[in-house]
Design a protein around this ligand. Sequence first.
Ligand code: ADP
Ligand code: ADP
Length: 229
Amino acid sequence: MITFEQVTKTYDRKAKPALRDVSLKAERGEFVFLVGPSGSGKSTFIRLILREETATAGRILVAGQDVSRIPTWKVPHLRRNVGTVFQDFRLLPNKTVFDNVAFALQVIGKSRAVVKDKVPEVLATVGLQGKERRLPHELSGGEQQRVAIARAVVNRPGILLADEPTGNLDPETSLEIMALLERINRGGTTVMMATHDDEIVNAMKKRVVELSEGRVVRDEATGTYRVSS
Ligand code: ADP
Ligand code: ADP
């Protein structure tokens, strides 16, 4: 589903590469943690998958497509198949929960009938039934992240990328969000999550890919993570 072949990314010729010679394969339906300290290259990895950045060397395949060969006008099409969730939720502050999720369907031209059908369905899946008319600021952090996850998966993308999705949440809420991501993964969506939260990684017993200074230094099928201090 996601393949990196000897990928190097250099933002600045004078600086060290953000990613160096990274090779990695995530199969359809896998759950992969991308771990490592701040600055190790996790966000760069995610931005490359989304074609928000392009690799300096190497090749990246997403759902069989070489992302560097996708013409700019087709990049939105790539991103439709790759849902994204971030630490800071990134909801539209003046739109209701319903409309935040509906927006993801409206921008790809789905009919009103589809919106009316799919939005309540996905909100129920993430446990937000009854909150449709709330505004983001009326919700807890965990609820806001559920809205963001609903928006990310309402189009049924093959891949869900999550960049520090629990970074603003307390430990208990974080585990609830992880249970939700695991449920989405069991439905067949490939999930890749960047985090430096060792407790979460150790609780989940999933594949762990560790980055250090832009290199993959560890890749274990059911791994753990210990933050070095
Ligand atoms: P992480 O997500 O693990 O914190 P990043 O991918 O954000 O790591 O950063 C990896 C390295 O690339 C860091 O040294 C960072 O300073 C550098 N970097 C990230 N984004 C940019 C950018 N837009 N321009 C220049 N350097 C960047
Ligand atoms: P119209 O009144 O133009 O036919 P709709 O009835 O489809 O439009 O929706 C109008 C607004 O009502 C939507 O933008 C949304 O904010 C809200 N809405 C629609 N369905 C629901 C629902 N099931 N739950 C909560 N809000 C809804």
